[in-house]
Design a protein around this ligand. Structure first.
Ligand SMILES: *[C@@H]1O[C@H](CO)[C@@H](O)[C@H](O)[C@H]1NC(C)=O
Ligand SMILES: *[C@@H]1O[C@H](CO)[C@@H](O)[C@H](O)[C@H]1NC(C)=O
Ligand SMILES: *[C@@H]1O[C@H](CO)[C@@H](O)[C@H](O)[C@H]1NC(C)=O
Length: 144
């Protein structure tokens, strides 16, 4: 009798967990898409002619957008927005960019951050291995 119960609970547990995983997964995919769209909204492209950002819209999966690289399980691991010539004065610790926890590579070269400081929230990107801020007009605070 107790083994029957155990099997029943195991069955219940495994079906619940396997049903839950795709939900958690798709919530994450949805959240990172929103983070990217939110970041795009903060960029001023009035004096530029972006070639990658124009493909960023909510009707397609963000993994198919130009400049976005995803892992096989749909995590955004790379962002290359170099040469889009956007400007952004207001990047701060609350930027949705810093919610992309799986980001390994970030290239913002050849854009104009108009002398903003690099937000310390960039430290939240614990997996970041490549960061390119060439000609991005960040202000480098001399803290050392
Ligand atoms: C969204 O992007 C796709 C792919 O670049 C494009 O074909 C489509 O027209 C865009 N949709 C809107 C509403 O901008
Ligand atoms: C980010 O937050 C830190 C404290 O956590 C603060 O010292 C810093 O000035 C903030 N930087 C920006 C650019 O908002
Ligand atoms: C930084 O990015 C620019 C534009 O993509 C590229 O030309 C340059 O080689 C990169 N620099 C490094 C050190 O990767």
């Amino acid at each position: 009798m107790p083994t029957l119960f155990l099997h029943f609970f195991l069955f219940l547990f495994t079906t619940t967990v396997t049903n839950l995983i795709p939900v958690v997964h798709s919530n994450y995919i949805e959240a990172q898409q929103q983070s990217l769209l939110h970041f795009k909204k903060s960029l001023d492209v009035t004096h530029s002619n972006p070639t990658k950002l124009i493909t960023w819209n909510s009707s397609t999966d963000c993994c198919s957008w130009l400049g976005v690289t995803c892992s096989t399980n749909g995590r955004v691991v790379g962002l290359d927005l170099s040469g889009e010539h956007f400007s952004n004065r207001n990047i701060d610790n609350s930027s949705s960019l810093f919610q992309l926890q799986h980001l390994q590579s970030l290239n913002l070269a050849y854009n104009n951050f108009l002398g903003s400081s690099i937000p310390s929230a960039i430290e939240k990107l614990a997996n970041l291995r490549y960061l390119n801020l060439s000609e991005a007009f960040f202000f480098w605070a001399n803290s050392h």
